[in-house]
Design a protein around this ligand. Structure first.
Ligand SMILES: [Zn+2]
Length: 188
């Protein structure tokens, strides 16, 4: 019995060290890919001031693969669509701005976000008209209008004409293509 009492704390310590190790490993590998640092410098203020940069972001396929997680790569670079309802921003309604996960360009404001009940984050307008480009998408035997980021040409989602006033548009986006930056109260 006494021996067992000694073993239990030792086992717990061992388990705790192991968990710690795994956590560190994960953070390090993300850092190695550069992904955590990629958009980290963008604040709410800098995003809102980022309205006139029209320089294209061009990267090789290898660079995209290094920069993005596999889910992000599939959506942004391979026109993938994520699973509805369970994605990150479907039911997310904080005040702030949604930037492109590929290049950091501000794409949507929380002010135009609404609940479309589609299972994907939906907006009735982009943050600026020139933040997104439209392309015809004829995949899956349908004709849809694809939305890409105007700066890095990454696929973000599609636009449909069943949205609410004032535009009547529904920008149906993929959470994996976006990063949310909360409004900084001190910025007001
Ligand atoms: Zn972009």
């Amino acid at each position: 019995m006494n021996k067992l009492l000694i073993y239990i704390p030792v086992l717990l310590l061992f388990a705790a060290c192991n968990l710690q190790g795994q956590e560190n490993q994960q953070t390090e590998s993300l850092n190695d890919m550069g992904h955590l640092n990629h958009l980290e410098h963008i604040t709410y203020q800098s995003a809102m001031a980022d309205t006139s940069n029209t320089k294209k972001v061009v990267r090789s396929e290898e660079e995209w693969k290094e920069l993005l997680s596999s889910d992000e790569y599939r959506v942004l670079r391979k026109e993938g669509t994520e699973i509805p309802w369970v994605n990150k921003y479907n039911s997310h309604y904080e005040d702030g701005v949604y930037i492109c996960k590929g290049c950091g360009q501000p794409l949507f404001s929380s002010e135009t976000k609404y609940n479309s009940r589609s299972g994907w984050p939906s907006y009735w307008a982009p943050i600026r008209e020139d933040a997104v480009d439209e392309r015809e998408d004829n995949s899956f035997f349908m004709t849809r209008t694809e939305i890409v980021c105007s700066r890095c040409d990454s696929h973000i989602g599609h636009v449909f004409d069943d949205g609410p006033e004032p535009t009547g548009l529904r920008y149906c986006m993929n959470s994996a293509a976006l990063k949310f930056i909360a409004k900084d109260e001190s910025a007001e």
